[in-house]
Design a protein around this ligand. Structure first.
Ligand SMILES: *Cc1c(COP(=O)(O)O)cnc(C)c1O
Length: 354
């Protein structure tokens, strides 16, 4: 069996998430030289520059820098709903599953969960779930899409799929929010232009701390009016930051230097998926569209045994359920690490159940 070189074992190859990236020397240098001020007073020019840069990129009027993607999403949901309203999203949605029950807690709204294939919604799926105006029903006021769909194995919407959803929302007076934690991965995969997104959404949340490699931060994009309201909600959430320009500088650097390279992460994901497809401990690999690979463990093996065998060879990965394992590629995953992972996947002999 292939034996793992010591240096790789010591330096674990971390596929658990694209959030594990650490700033590059270039990014750190940009952070160190950032011009900063008190952003709660509106005096941090680097934060203002980041917000303006991303708004221009997506053709939206304004932006708001926040500490996390959870905060940008939850602020957007609070902006676009009233208590007793209902939010429509897929059952895999991060805003529903992984944000600590924030929709109920912050916005006092209920959630209507749909079952899109790999988390991808269509007008046909959404339309019948929009409540009629009736005192029995919560008011449907907001649809949330996720692009890429994290729990859908990084599945992507194209703008052609989004346009008819926007039309439906308009007809029914619903707002449309995009959880774009990995929107740049979606743009890389689909070839759509960021500039064309603004017209379709009332809010867009963009994460800088995922595949883009910044240490902290997300930006909420929207109309001037939405962002003004969002700024007040951010304050109430405790998310008003002072000399945040050091962090915003990392975001600007990431947008300038780490977007082009995302295609490489996607190629790495395909290499991992191809190897997994052939392994006898793998039942099924979800189609790979971006930087996420999710596979189902074959019945004769336990998920924990597969994870610990990989760990023995210095490879870390995560789970998305009791039988599913997730690999995420990112900035800190090199070609050599992928080659090592592929060899390990090919040769792995995890413990069988019986
Ligand atoms: C990571 C992520 C977020 C935001 O997460 P934070 O850890 O709060 O920054 C939102 N949506 C999706 C789909 C994500 O993967």
């Amino acid at each position: 069996m292939y034996s793992t070189p010591k240096d790789i074992l010591q330096m674990k190859t971390d596929f658990r998430s694209d959030t594990v990236t650490v700033p590059t020397p270039g990014m750190l240098a940009a952070m160190m030289s950032a011009k900063v001020g008190d952003d709660v007073y509106g005096e941090d020019e680097t934060v203002a520059e980041l917000e303006a840069k991303l708004s221009r990129t997506f053709n939206m009027e304004a932006g708001l820098f926040c500490p996390s993607g959870t905060m940008t999403n939850q602020i957007a949901i609070k902006c676009f709903t009233q208590p007793m309203d209902e939010v429509i999203c897929d059952q895999t949605a991060h805003v529903y599953r992984y944000e600590g029950g924030g929709i109920a807690y912050h916005s006092m709204a209920s959630v209507r969960l749909l079952h899109g294939p790999r988390g991808i919604l269509t007008p046909e799926l959404i339309a019948p779930e929009i409540n009629a105006d009736d005192i029995h029903y919560p008011s449907s006021t907001l649809v949330v899409l996720e692009n890429t769909v994290n729990k859908g194995g990084g599945a992507c919407y194209t703008l052609d799929q989004i346009a008819p959803i926007r039309e439906l929302c308009k007809r029914h007076g619903l707002k449309l929010h995009l959880d774009g934690a990995r929107i740049f991965n979606a743009l890389t995969a689909t070839g759509d232009m960021a500039h064309n997104y603004g017209q379709y959404f009332d809010g867009i949340s963009v994460c800088l701390s995922k595949g883009l490699g910044a240490p902290v931060g997300s930006v909420l994009l929207g109309s001037k009016e939405t962002i003004q309201k969002a700024r007040k909600i951010r304050k109430a959430f405790g998310g008003g930051m002072r000399q945040a320009g050091f962090l915003a500088a990392a975001g600007i650097y990431a947008l300038d230097h780490h977007v082009q390279r995302l295609a490489q992460d996607h190629q790495h994901a395909v290499l991992l998926a191809d190897a997994l497809q052939a392994a006898d401990y793998v039942e099924d690999v979800m189609p790979v569209e971006s930087n996420i690979v999710i596979f189902k463990v074959a019945k004769e093996y336990s998920t924990a045994a597969v994870i610990s065998s990989l760990d023995d060879h210095g490879i870390l990965c995560g789970t998305t359920g009791p039988y599913t394992i997730r690999f995420v590629t990112h900035l800190n995953i090199t070609e050599d690490m992928v080659a090592h992972a592929v060899r390990t996947i090919n040769n792995l002999k995890p413990f069988r159940n019986s």
